[in-house]
Design a protein around this ligand. Structure first.
Ligand code: CA
Length: 503
């Protein structure tokens, strides 16, 4: 029988298959004392009532009874530690810089100049100020792809960046800066190479000067449909500008770049009991290697990490970073409270059946994506990070909002871990999907880029899978590999996060 132990300090491990009393655990002088369901915890040594139970290297809770090595640890003999209030969080400097230094330290990307992240793809993004123009934008993109793009073989794609924002919104509301910042940053995404082609209607609330710099607002970059004489004139004008932009983008070439020029993100969705055992720790390992090399790596999902937020504070590199973490988390708490959203229903009965005893353990499974690096910066949804290393981007957990929020923060690739499977993808960047176990890979063989199930079966260690993922990431951002989402053109909409009122 096999178990997975995440960190050296852990005094419990997880059984990877249903275990019977008397089963011997491989590689450890340990025997299961009772039947233990798949995905549940087994004590690795004798522990006393009141002792700390450690998994993921963190305190899950205190034992309510003495247990022998080989005992089953579950919600019935584990007492939840009290979670410190957000106001009392302090920087603990518990993050550790990865010492597993890979040989490969460069990638091939599209340079965007000093202090800017480089592109992983060479794309003409046709953006917009308001959803009203989406029909024209989609149609013109179809025409450009058929008739103009083939003349510019160094350009990968032309993308219609449609979003639901722009009009009928409370543009002066306190929180309107979040969607406005999202749209603005997306227009300037690293994969668009500085080429702006933004379509507006004319009468919308979100005017061009709210999303473009003054020097960017001119007739070469902006088309206002209400100024055009009919549909065909709109299409002709956008095609004419697009051709000029494509000619510029066609000159771009991939060059060898350091990891400091790479910005990538990760999220999970459709999780199962193995997300925190195989796929998320694998991402965490690769992220630690990238962060140590100077890349900007983003993890997110406030509601997923909320109950382990004191461990995030412990890893923040200074008090300034903790203060930003506190303000983002407090804002989100209030945002949920306004609508009486109940956080106490976590974890669900299904989570407990799958082996997640309490909310700390569930949060740590999600936080496992972040590895163990120090957190150098916290940013809001769609905000651009400045520091290099591990960044917490405080976005919703919703796959289809977290993805666009990280995209607006300028990531050029996203890792996505899933236990139950999703066909999610983004047009502007490669999305790389990792499943948690072999049975999921067998179900959707052609939809995953990596199967982390080798960690569950014990065929590979987290470090071995982390190295495979690290190399795959550099291959994908360098254009050597395409992801399955790219191959099948599986793309979701740009659902910018709008917590402000719609009018
Ligand atoms: Ca998610």
């Amino acid at each position: 029988m096999k178990v997975v132990k995440i960190t050296e300090q852990d005094n419990v491990a997880v059984v990877v298959a249903p275990t019977k009393a008397g089963d011997v655990i491989e590689g450890m002088s340990l025997t299961a004392l009772c039947d233990i369901p798949q995905g549940h915890k087994i004590a690795l040594k004798d522990l006393k009532k009141g002792d700390s139970v450690i998994r993921y290297g963190v305190l899950l809770g205190y034992l309510t009874e003495d247990v022998k090595a080989g005992a089953w640890i579950n919600e019935h003999n584990l007492e939840l530690p009290t979670s410190p209030a957000v106001e009392s969080l302090k920087a603990g400097k518990q993050g550790t810089v990865c010492t597993d230094v890979p040989e490969r330290k460069t990638w091939m990307g599209y340079d965007n100049g000093p202090d800017l992240p480089a592109g992983s793809r060479n794309i003409l993004g046709i953006t917009m100020s308001v959803q009203c123009v989406a029909g024209v934008v989609r149609n013109v993109v179809d025409i450009i792809k058929k008739t103009i793009l083939p003349k510019y073989p160094n350009v990968d794609d032309v993308v219609a960046v449609t979003h639901p924002y722009g009009c009928g919104v409370a543009i002066a509301a306190d929180e309107a800066f979040i969607p406005i910042r999202g749209v603005k940053n997306l227009i300037h995404h690293p994969n668009f190479g500085g080429q702006i082609l933004c379509i507006g209607l004319g009468c919308e609330k979100l005017q061009m000067d709210m999303i473009l710099e003054p020097e960017e607002i001119n007739s070469e970059n902006v088309v206002i449909l209400q100024d055009c004489k009919g549909y065909q004139a709109m299409i002709d004008r956008i095609c004419e500008l697009a051709e000029k932009k494509l000619a510029v983008l066609n000159q771009r070439k991939r060059v060898e770049l350091p990891l400091e020029k790479l910005r990538i993100g990760a999220q999970c969705g459709g999780s199962d009991a193995f997300s925190g055992i195989s796929a998320n720790p694998t991402i965490g390992y690769a992220f630690d290697m990238l962060a140590a090399g100077g890349a900007q790596v983003l993890f997110s999902e406030v509601t997923e990490v909320r109950d382990g937020v004191h461990y995030l504070a412990d890893r923040c590199q200074d008090e300034k970073t903790v203060e930003k973490l506190k303000s983002e988390i407090s804002w989100y708490d209030k945002y949920l409270e306004r609508s009486h959203v109940d956080r106490s229903a976590n974890p669900t009965p299904g989570n407990k059946k799958g082996g997640l005893s309490n909310i700390v353990e569930k949060a740590m499974g999600s936080i496992a994506k972040s590895g163990s690096s120090p957190i150098v910066e916290v940013v809001g949804p769609g905000e651009l990070p400045k520091c290099h290393g591990l960044v917490f981007a405080a976005t919703p957990a919703s796959d289809i909002v977290c993805g666009p929020s990280q995209l607006a923060s300028g990531i050029v690739m996203q890792l996505f871990s899933t236990g139950r499977g999703t066909t999610y993808g983004l047009q502007e960047i490669p999305v790389y999907k990792i499943c948690t176990q072999h049975s999921m890979k067998a179900q959707w063989d052609d939809l995953f880029d990596m199967d982390a199930g080798y960690v569950v079966t014990g065929e590979k260690t987290i470090a071995e899978m982390g190295h495979v993922l690290y190399n795959d990431i550099l291959d994908v951002v360098s254009g050597i590999k395409k992801t399955t989402a790219e191959k099948y053109c599986l793309y979701n909409d740009f659902l910018v996060f709008n917590p402000a009122p719609i009018t």
